[in-house]
Design a protein around this ligand. Structure first.
Ligand code: BG6
Length: 489
């Protein structure tokens, strides 16, 4: 057998894409709650109120102007406000995960359910109690919770009043939140991750900053996030000695379009965009190429005594990563581009793309696993992978998502090869959106990833009933055979 007997098969979600109930039980708003619905051709927008009181909207990854605060337009629809009603449906959903044989369920805690503004000293008991119930439900079925501490959302208050991660005080607020949840859940949760896709954080939405064009501000905000991650790892280890605490990056292996040295150098530099985060979080220090880049940009990181030790001590136990696609680099800027996960990239002429333009490349997963394991030699955990597609609900109530089965089977075969042929140490696989949820990039419901269909549309209308897709039975078989049987029959 390729995979160990305790391989963590399961699925993954994030609070802001499933929970809904954004103001229930005292929860505070986050930057994500100001994000409207969009689609492939119409970007989602953030909503804010300017100093003069007028309400405005701007493209999802833009920054709100200085002095403006995040806001809600009563006449617009905000997908995170309903999610898939997981706040009320969690028992049913976890029961379905258990029926598929999940060994692990990756989810995130919403920081503002515990600390509504992010600045309180005392946590909200209702928020803590909600996650107690969710974890208990998982453990009842022998499902290990795998918890992301921060999945894209920033408490709105911290964005409005502190410039989010631009302010070092937020490191303390975040670590207080981490200490609180580690203490509370230490007997229930052994697997943790700090920041989701840390390498793509760049906007007001994800960092709470008001200016992402100034290299100094950006570098400082990222420094604070890396510091907070390292402190969280150390606090977690002290509180839960047998915890496994990882980071989380978006990994899209990049291929140089040609053997031209210029393309190869371009590709090497592109790879450093993700390797920088891995270098800091796995090796515990800023790499030379990043320090040189900062010198050129005249960035002067403001640090404090003891920071170097914090980064060193807070190295992760494993690398968690999302894999959806590969990308391609070239110095020929006339080449056609295609959308991808958090990026526009050059289109690889050898590969097909999904309905949303994302490059389909199962072999790229083996390449990703090898690249990271060869370079870092720590266990890897695939915590997101899946196909966002339009599913058809047939008149008999069935959903025949063979395309999803084909996509996932090919990726599982690739990861099996990485384990068997390349010796990669792989802890688990939690497919993305194991139950249909709100798409992060477009806010749509119709971009579905799940084994479980949720009856709702992009405007938040529907019964929100759950139905098993064809892939539900298929994944159950994959798990029960420990990945040996991926056939579609
Ligand atoms: C990752 C995120 O970028 O990709 C998830 O961690 C997201 O939150 C996933 O949902 C898929 O992207 P999308 O835009 O199809 O939802």
């Amino acid at each position: 057998m390729a995979f160990s007997k305790d391989f963590l098969w399961g699925g993954a979600t994030a609070a802001n894409q499933i929970e809904g109930a954004v103001t229930r039980d005292g929860r505070g708003l986050t930057t994500m709650d100001t994000l409207t619905v969009g689609n492939l051709h119409r970007p989602r927008q953030i909503t804010y109120q300017k100093v003069d009181g007028t309400l405005e909207k701007a493209e999802r990854l833009a920054c709100v102007p200085e002095g403006a605060v995040g806001a809600i337009d009563p006449d617009d629809f905000y997908p995170s406000h309903v999610g898939i009603h997981f706040y009320d449906h969690y028992k049913e959903d976890i029961r379905l995960f258990a029926e598929m044989g999940f060994k692990a369920y990756r989810m995130s805690i919403s920081w503002t359910r515990i600390f509504p503004t992010g600045t309180e000293t005392e946590p909200l008991e209702a928020g803590l109690a909600f996650y107690d119930k969710v974890f208990d439900e998982c453990l009842k079925y022998g499902i290990e919770p795998v918890v992301t501490l921060s999945h894209f959302d920033v408490p709105l208050y911290l964005a409005d009043h502190y410039d989010g991660w631009g302010n070092r005080k937020v490191v303390d607020y975040f670590t207080h939140y981490c200490q609180t949840v580690f203490d509370r859940y230490k007997d229930k949760v052994k697997y943790w991750m700090t920041f989701n896709e840390i390498n793509v954080l760049r906007s007001w939405l994800q960092l709470g900053i008001h200016n992402n064009e100034d290299p100094q501000t950006m570098a400082q905000a990222i420094y604070h996030v890396l510091l907070a991650s390292a402190r969280a790892v150390s606090i977690g280890h002290a509180c839960i000695p047998d915890a496994k605490i990882g980071n989380m990056v978006m990994y899209a292996p990049s291929y140089a379009m040609t053997a031209k040295p210029e393309d190869v150098l371009e590709n090497l530099q592109y790879k450093r965009k993700v390797e920088f985060y891995l270098d800091v979080q796995v090796k515990g220090a800023y790499p030379a190429y990043k320090l040189k880049e900062y010198e050129r940009l005249r960035v002067n990181l403001v640090t404090q005594e003891g920071d170097e030790e914090i980064l060193k001590a807070g190295v992760v136990d494993f690398i968690g990563f999302s894999y959806y696609m590969s990308t391609m680099t070239t110095t020929d800027t006339s080449m056609p581009k295609t959308p991808g996960n958090n990026m526009m990239s050059y289109k690889n002429p050898h590969l097909e793309v999904s309905e949303w333009g994302w490059t389909l490349d199962p072999m790229g997963l083996r390449i990703a696993l090898c690249e990271m394991y060869d370079r870092y030699q720590v266990p890897l955990f695939i915590v997101e992978n899946g196909l966002g597609a339009i599913d058809k609900l047939e008149s008999d109530g069935s959903i025949r998502d063979d395309y999803r089965i084909d996509y996932m089977a090919a990726h599982i075969v690739a990861m099996k090869e990485a384990v068997e042929l390349d010796g990669v140490e792989l802890m688990g696989y939690t497919s993305w959106g194991c139950i249909d949820l709100i798409a992060w990039s477009t806010g749509e419901m119709k971009k579905r990833y799940g084994f479980i269909y949720v009856e709702a549309d992009d405007a938040g209308k529907g019964s929100y009933d759950r139905r098993k897709k064809k892939s539900f039975g298929w994944y159950k078989k994959v798990i029960s055979s420990n990945g040996e049987d991926c056939s579609n029959n």
